[in-house]
Design a protein. Structure first.
Length: 452
C-alpha cells in the first residue's frame, strides 16, 4: 500500500468523545451522546457507513423496543421457522404475529448515521483507527489512517495502514474513547483491554432465481457442514440469503454453501441460483468480556457491542445487545464527562445486565453455546432435536422462539424447561440425560484462537 506525507503540523481537533466504528453500537452511542450535549466524532474505516455488510441482519421484534426502525428497512417479516435435523423429522414452528425481520442493514445503518448527525455528531468514513494514548493533560490522543486526499485537520504523518490507497495518519484529541469496532477490536488490543477469544465464522450469499416462502426461515443442522451452528435459507427482500456459520477453521464455508444447493432441494430449487453478493464475518461466542473499561494513565476508554463480547453466543444475535449497550453507555459517559459524575461508567457496567433482559438473555445463550459446543456428531444433533418432536417439546420451542420476549427470557425459558421435564419426567429425563451424556463424552469442540 502506498503512502504520502502531509507536511502540515496542524493542531489536533478536540472532541468530547471519539467513537471507533459506525455500526449498531457506535452509531447508537453517538446519537444519544450527541443528544446529551457531548461533542462526538465517529471514525469508520469503511468508505461509507453500511458500505460493507457483514451481518445477516435478522432483527428480533424486541429491537423495536430500543429503536423505532422505519418499516422501509424491515424488508421481510417472518413468522415461521423450519428446522431440519440431520436425519430426523423437520420441525415446523411459527406464530401469527411476526417475530423476526430481515433488515436492510445498509439502509438502517445509514438512517442511524443520519440520526446521529442530526443530533450533532460527526461521522467520518474512510478513517481507520490506528492507536491511542493518554496525554499528561488527561486527553486521549487518537491516531487514525485516512485517504491522502482527505483534508480534515490533524497532524499528517506517513502510514501504510488501512484504508486502501494512499493514506496519511491524522490525529484527534478527545476526553473519552469508545471502541465499537467489532469482534477483532483494534481499540481493545491497543489499549490493553480484554479481547474475544472464541468465534464462529459466518458466510452468506445473496442469491437470485430462488423461490421461497417470504415469511419463513429454513434452518439446516449438519455437524460436518456447519459444526457448532447451522445453514440457513431466508428471504432477503425479493431475493434469498443462503448462509452458513460454524466453528472457525473447522469447516469450509464455500464448500458448505455449495452442498446446501442439494440439501435444501425440498424447499427450493437452488440449481440455477445466481450469486449476486457474498459476505462473511466473525461472531464472538466466548461471552461478555470483563475488562472492557479503563480510566488510568494508559487510557480513558470503553468497549461496546461485539468488541465487548456482547453478542448472543448461541444464535450470534448481537444487534439487540449492541443497541442497548450503545444507548446506556452514552448516558453514563455524558454523566462522567460533562457532569463529572465519577463512577457513572462503572455503574453502567454493573447495571447493563438488567437492561432489556440483556443479562439473562446472554446467560441463556452462553448455556446453549456450552451445549452446542459439545455436539460431536450428527447423531448428537438428532438426539437433541428429538427432544422437540413431541407436542410438549414443540410447544417449548415455539414459545421460546416466537412468543417469549427477550425481557422474559430468564423466567419463561427455565420455567418452560422445568415444566417440560416435570410433565413427562421419564421421557424427557432420560432423553436429556442421554443427549447430555453424549455431549459430555465429547470434548468441548469450540476453537479458541488469539488472532485478531
Ligand atoms: C455472518 C454474520 C451474520 C450475523 N447475523 C446476525 C443476525 O442476523 N442478527 C443479529 O442480531 N446479529 C447478527 N450477527 C452479529 C451482529 O452482526 C453483530 O453482533 C453486530 O453487528 C455488532 O455490532 P457492533 O456495532 O458491535 O459491531 P460491528 O457491526 O461489527 O461494527 C464494527 C464497525 O467498526 C468498524 N471498524 C472496525 N475496525 C475499525 C477501525 N480500526 N477503525 C475504524 N472503524 C473500524 C467496522 O468497519 C464496522 O463498521 C451476525 C454476524 C455475522 C458475522
Amino acid at each position: 500500500m502506498s503512502s504520502s506525507t502531509n507536511p502540515t503540523n496542524a493542531r489536533s481537533e478536540r472532541y468530547d468523545v471519539v467513537v471507533v466504528g459506525a455500526s449498531f453500537a457506535g452509531l447508537t452511542f453517538a446519537s444519544v451522546a450527541a443528544t446529551r450535549g457531548l461533542r462526538v466524532l465517529v471514525l469508520e474505516r469503511d468508505a461509507s457507513v453500511g458500505g460493507v455488510v457483514r451481518t445477516t441482519g435478522v432483527l428480533f421484534s424486541d429491537v423495536l423496543d430500543i429503536v423505532d426502525v422505519p418499516q422501509r428497512y424491515l424488508m421481510n417479516s417472518v413468522r415461521r421457522m423450519s428446522i431440519r435435523p440431520p436425519n430426523g423429522r423437520t420441525i415446523e414452528i411459527g406464530a401469527h404475529a411476526y417475530r423476526f425481520y430481515m433488515a436492510d442493514v445498509t439502509g438502517m445503518l445509514r438512517w442511524m448515521a443520519e440520526q446521529a448527525e442530526d443530533h450533532g455528531a460527526e461521522v467520518r468514513g474512510g478513517a481507520s483507527f490506528v492507536d491511542a494514548t493518554r496525554e499528561a493533560d488527561g486527553d486521549m490522543r487518537i491516531v487514525y489512517g485516512a485517504a491522502a486526499g482527505d483534508t480534515s485537520s490533524g497532524a499528517g504523518v506517513d502510514t501504510d495502514t488501512a484504508p486502501a490507497g494512499p493514506t496519511v495518519r491524522r490525529e484527534v484529541r478527545a476526553r473519552f474513547l469508545i471502541g465499537a469496532d467489532g469482534t477483532h477490536s483494534s481499540v481493545a488490543r491497543r489499549l490493553g483491554l480484554d479481547q474475544n477469544t472464541h468465534f464462529l465464522a459466518g458466510a452468506e450469499w445473496l442469491v437470485e432465481g430462488v423461490e421461497i416462502d417470504r415469511e419463513t426461515f429454513y434452518l439446516l443442522m449438519d455437524h460436518q457442514l456447519a459444526p457448532g451452528y447451522c445453514l440457513w435459507l431466508a428471504p432477503h427482500s425479493e431475493i434469498a440469503a443462503l448462509g452458513v456459520a460454524g466453528h472457525q477453521r473447522t469447516f469450509k464455508p464455500t464448500e458448505s454453501l455449495e452442498a446446501a444447493r442439494t440439501r435444501f432441494a425440498d424447499v427450493a430449487d437452488l440449481g440455477a441460483m445466481r450469486i449476486v453478493r457474498r459476505k462473511g464475518g466473525v461472531i464472538p461466542t466466548g461471552g461478555r468480556l470483563r475488562h472492557v473499561y479503563r480510566d488510568d494513565e494508559r487510557g480513558r476508554v470503553l468497549l461496546l457491542g461485539d468488541a465487548a463480547g456482547l453478542c448472543g453466543a448461541a444464535t450470534g444475535g448481537g444487534i439487540y445487545p449492541a443497541l442497548i449497550c450503545g444507548r446506556l453507555a452514552a448516558h453514563a459517559v455524558a454523566n462522567e464527562v460533562l457532569n463529572g459524575a465519577r463512577g457513572a461508567v462503572r455503574s453502567y457496567l454493573g447495571d447493563l445486565g438488567r437492561a432489556g433482559g440483556l443479562g439473562p438473555y446472554l446467560r441463556v445463550e452462553d448455556w446453549l453455546r456450552a451445549a452446542m459446543d459439545r455436539v460431536g456428531s450428527n447423531a448428537d444433533m438428532d438426539a437433541f432435536y428429538a427432544l422437540f418432536a413431541s407436542p410438549a417439546g414443540h410447544e417449548l420451542l415455539e414459545r421460546t422462539l416466537f412468543q417469549t420476549p427477550i425481557l422474559g427470557m430468564n423466567s419463561h425459558f427455565f420455567r418452560l424447561l422445568r415444566g417440560l421435564v416435570a410433565h413427562q419426567p421419564s421421557l424427557y429425563g432420560s432423553a436429556l440425560r442421554a443427549a447430555w451424556d453424549r455431549m459430555l463424552a465429547a470434548p468441548r469442540s469450540r476453537i479458541a484462537t488469539s488472532d485478531a
